[in-house]
Design a binder for this molecule. Sequence first.
Ligand code: HEC
Length: 153
Amino acid sequence: MNDSGIPQEGHNKIPKGWMAFFVGMIAFVLWYVASFTPAISGWSFYKLYEAEMKAGEKAAASATADPGKYIGKADAIAEGKTEYETTCAACHMADASGGIGPNLKVALKYGASPDKIFESVTQGRPNGMPPFQQQLGNDKILKVVAFIESLRR
Ligand code: HEC
């Protein structure tokens, strides 16, 4: 009980930290709504999607623009060799002389230029060659291509 006759609520000032938090939350909400409402800021998932698709196409194009990128580069060939041994040797043999998959050191039916080998590996081929684009990505495949190329000299 308090019988001083003075209203007590006025003595209980809101702590500064709470006030800052309260004001901060309002500011955050205003900022958030403004920046993520398409009608206000123009932000949209479609734009993000398109930007990502463009970046992806660019990456793919840069790989196919120069499929011989790593040919003759010792470091890349060494990395390609390691990748080849783990991923390809089971079917094509460690020395690429062929097993389940064909010999890769002789004439290739789908073409032996770097871009054709790149295509064989990324897309796969109908009679049992699996596509590796998803698993390895362009860059690793380009290194494997350089390794195969080094065996064919
Ligand atoms: C599951 C077994 C298997 C694996 C693993 C495999 N290949 Fe093949 N590969 C094949 C078969 C089978 C063919 C023949 C496809 C055809 O004739 O249509 C082939 C075809 C190819 C060709 C085309 C040959 C030609 O005559 O044009 C290339 C290049 C090739 N493979 C490279 C690779 C590389 C590099 C890897 C590892 C990233 C790999 N392969 C992994 C089975 C495999």
